[in-house]
Design a protein around this ligand. Structure first.
Ligand code: AMP
Ligand code: ZN
Length: 470
């Protein structure tokens, strides 16, 4: 499998540290609000990467943090007159609601900064002991950037350029403008933690990820991921801290998703041009958002528009319709062994699976993988349409193949419009009996009742009457 490594700026063959295992870390949300569709991109993509590794037989340990203490969380808590943990708890819960809707599985570990204080204090202390960090007069602890000559290697910026752009903000007591806070001294009224070095306070954002990756995955991890905007300074700072504290490479592969845009501008809370996942889901459905996200390769910009979401909703409906048609045919068909022609056809359909895997192996090209699924479905529909006597064995095998690939993308997994509802089945049987008795008025009455009262459309096929929700 090839992955584009931001460090080398090339697609590289993925070679895990331990054969058959993957240790991944992805930067998670700051929990002071619902997350927007832009934030959803890394959450969906890197969960999918984990899912795909598992499909290929790897054992994956996946860590995604919650930043539950920072200026924004404290600010929101002050606005509401509650403590920071009330805000964090609320939006962590809301994160899981949206994540589940979007088909994102929980990570192996979801550490919170405030629950990882031991590991944070430990790494800060190690940096202090080695002279990579220092305690400023106001109690802040800063990373001494010039002690890490490789600083800038991920964002490919020479140190001199970074130096020229660096500033010291009001209230900061840095030795050098390039230095950054790993620990912030307590301010009156803010939550604070005791430290072995004596200055009570709270962790900086960057140190949290270094500490958590170290605690849950070890000193060197396989993959570190996040949005493109995190490359500098966040990931650069994580690298400096982790590599100075541990004396080894922090992550072998750095993956960054491109921006989700709106009117071709990055969607962001600060710019105000965002849609919460919660609201977008209300309008289009969670699964449509997932489909939309997978419709482009993760490194390309992806523009959010009503038109695009509607198109994806229609595409998704096509997949559901094909699945439901297949399931209906399976329920009516017989024949436990495929004909020779069917066996040949099934082997040909396997070509779509090969293309699907080749696309996913090529730096997780979900756009091409989705095309392979659509081609598979088109071929299945064409064949089953032309072969009304297709065996149950063939229909089931085609269904299994389709669901395997859709399952890797975690699409078409909802059951609500499939399956046979007893009441509907009974009415359909009554309608069939009415038609047989030439009581067409009664047959039409049942059809209208199903449509208007139950939201169910029926279609007469050669295998019998098929129904679907409208
Ligand atoms: P935040 O909660 O702002 O730290 O963001 C959480 C994740 O969302 C990070 O990995 C960000 O890089 C990512 N992110 C934020 N905005 C966008 C966007 N417009 N497009 C893609 N990823 C984004
Ligand atoms: Zn991080």
């Amino acid at each position: 499998m090839k992955l584009f490594n931001s460090m080398s700026r090339t697609k590289e063959e993925f070679v895990p540290i331990t054969p058959g295992e993957v240790k991944m870390y992805s930067c998670g949300p700051t929990v002071y609000n619902y997350f927007h569709v832009g934030n959803a991109r890394p959450f969906i993509i890197f969960d999918l990467l984990r899912r795909y590794f598992e499909y290929r037989g790897y054992k994956v340990t996946f860590v995604q943090n919650f930043t539950d203490i920072d200026d924004k969380v404290i600010g929101k808590a002050n606005d509401e007159g509650v403590t920071y943990d009330v805000i964090a708890e609320r939006y962590i819960k809301e994160y899981f609601t949206d994540a589940q809707g979007l088909g994102i599985a929980p990570a192996t570990f979801h550490p919170r900064a405030t629950d990882t204080m031991d590991a944070i204090l430990d790494i800060v202390q190690r940096l202090l002991d080695k002279g990579h960090a220092y305690i400023a007069a106001n109690g802040d602890v800063y990373f001494r950037t010039k002690t890490f000559p490789e600083y800038g290697k991920l964002s490919h910026q020479p140190l001199e350029d970074l130096q020229a752009g660096a500033r010291i903000s009001v209230g900061e007591l840095k030795e050098d403008p390039m230095d950054f806070a790993v620990w912030k001294a307590a301010k009156p009224g803010e939550p604070a933690w005791d430290t072995p070095w004596g200055t009570k306070g709270r962790p900086g954002w960057h140190i949290e990820c270094s500490a958590m990756a170290n605690k849950y995955l070890g000193a060197t991890i396989d993959i570190h991921s996040g949005g493109l905007d995190l490359t500098f300074p966040h990931h650069e700072n994580e690298i400096a801290q982790s590599e100075c504290a541990n004396g080894c490479t922090f992550a072998n592969y750095w993956l960054h998703n491109g921006f989700l845009t709106i009117d071709n501008q990055k969607m962001s809370k600060s710019a105000g041009n965002f849609f919460m996942v919660r609201d977008a889901a209300q309008a289009f459905g969670y699964e449509t958002i997932r489909m939309f996200m997978l419709s482009a390769h993760y490194r390309t910009p992806l523009n959010y528009s009503e038109e695009s979401l509607k198109m994806n909703k229609t595409s998704l409906e096509r997949l559901y319709e094909s699945r439901n048609n297949l399931e209906f045919r399976i329920s009516k068909a017989s024949g436990d062994t495929m004909t020779a022609e069917e066996s040949e056809k099934l082997a040909a359909l396997g070509g779509h699976k090969e293309r699907f895997i080749a696309a996913m192996d090529d730096d997780l090209n979900t756009a091409d993988a989705l095309s392979a699924v659509f081609e598979l479905v088109r071929d299945i529909n064409a064949y089953t349409g032309a072969h009304q006597d297709a065996t149950k064995a063939f229909l089931s095998a085609a269904h299994t193949l389709f669901m395997e690939l859709a399952g890797v993308l975690n699409l078409v997994q909802q059951r609500e419009d499939a399956g046979i509802d007893a009441e509907v089945e009974e009415l359909i049987a009554k309608r069939a009996a009415a038609k047989k008795n030439k009581d067409f008025a009664e047959a039409d009455r049942i059809r209208d009742y199903l449509l208007n009262e139950k939201g169910i459309a029926i279609k007469d096929t050669r295998q019998g009457t098929q129904w679907s929700r409208v």
